[in-house]
Design a protein. Structure first.
Length: 270
């Protein structure tokens, strides 16, 4: 009998399964396996298998690059003071260096926490806005370049100040310590005992207000030094003992690097 004609259809065609590696087709040719396929009326043929999370991976890379840029962009800057020796009752201006143009800046007394914030200055507002914080005392104002101006200084204004600036492409930060100085004032002399008796111990004590005060003694414009019965301490003049010739006018002068003040005391010996 005659042999039936060979089929023109490929083995397993249309079944959604490929040929195994090394399997031969009808013509004896070896074929490699194709990925399993499925048919969808709406989308056509699609290859099954997991898809790489490209969107999530791209977002992660962008986020990491942004954080790295922010970290690298922060710069430590210097802060200048005017005057260099601020005085009690006077004014001071703290000016950070770095870029003169900024978006926002904040000043703090001490470490940078909200409880220490003096103010935040927003330069991009119209008009620019100063938002005051917990350490604002109504004596502080913002100036050009994010400077901090404090008027009517008190001794309590001494301490550390920190500034943080947001600039295009990053941030800047700086810190400075200021010491408010006080002029010498209110110099007074007291005697122990109040009444000087001949041949007894007498101590004159000098005191004053002011920063880093040193004292000198003089008798009737003659500078005194420790000698014999007379001894000079940090702020005292001791007679051990006092005699009648010690009676007279004594002047105590209080001095520091930027001021001086004095007072005179009449010593009578009985």
């Amino acid at each position: 009998l005659p042999e039936p004609p060979p089929s023109s259809a490929s083995p397993r065609e249309g079944t959604g399964q490929g040929l195994e590696d090394g399997a031969s087709g009808a013509d004896g040719t070896e074929r490699r396996r194709r990925p399993a396929e499925r048919n969808s009326p709406a989308m056509g043929r699609q290859v099954e298998g997991p898809r790489p999370p490209w969107g999530w991976l791209a977002a992660t890379i962008l986020s990491s690059c942004f954080l790295l840029t922010q970290t690298q962009a922060q710069e430590i800057i210097l802060v200048r003071t005017e005057p260099s020796q601020p005085l009690k009752g006077g004014n001071i201006t703290l000016t950070p260096e770095g870029r003169p143009s900024f978006i926002t800046c904040s000043w703090h007394r001490g470490v940078r926490v909200e409880a220490n914030r003096i103010f935040t200055y927003i330069s991009v507002s119209t008009p620019p806005e100063q938002q005051n914080g917990p350490k604002f005392t109504w004596r502080e104002t913002a100036g050009p370049g994010c400077s901090l101006h404090i008027r009517n200084l008190t001794m309590n204004d001494s301490g550390n100040y920190t500034v943080a600036k947001t600039v295009s492409g990053g941030s800047e930060a700086g810190r400075i310590h200021i010491e408010v100085l006080e002029k010498v004032s209110n110099v007074i002399i007291t005697s122990q005992p109040n009444k000087a008796i001949e041949n007894q111990l007498v101590v004159l004590d000098c005191s004053s207000a002011g920063s880093d005060v040193s004292y000198t003694w003089a008798k009737e414009d003659q500078i005194l030094e420790s000698e014999g019965r007379i001894t000079l301490g940090y702020n005292t003049l001791t007679f051990s003992p006092v005699i009648r010739n010690d009676a007279g006018s004594y002047t105590c002068s209080g001095n520091n690097s930027f001021s001086t003040s004095n007072v005179t005391y009449q010593l009578d010996v009985f």
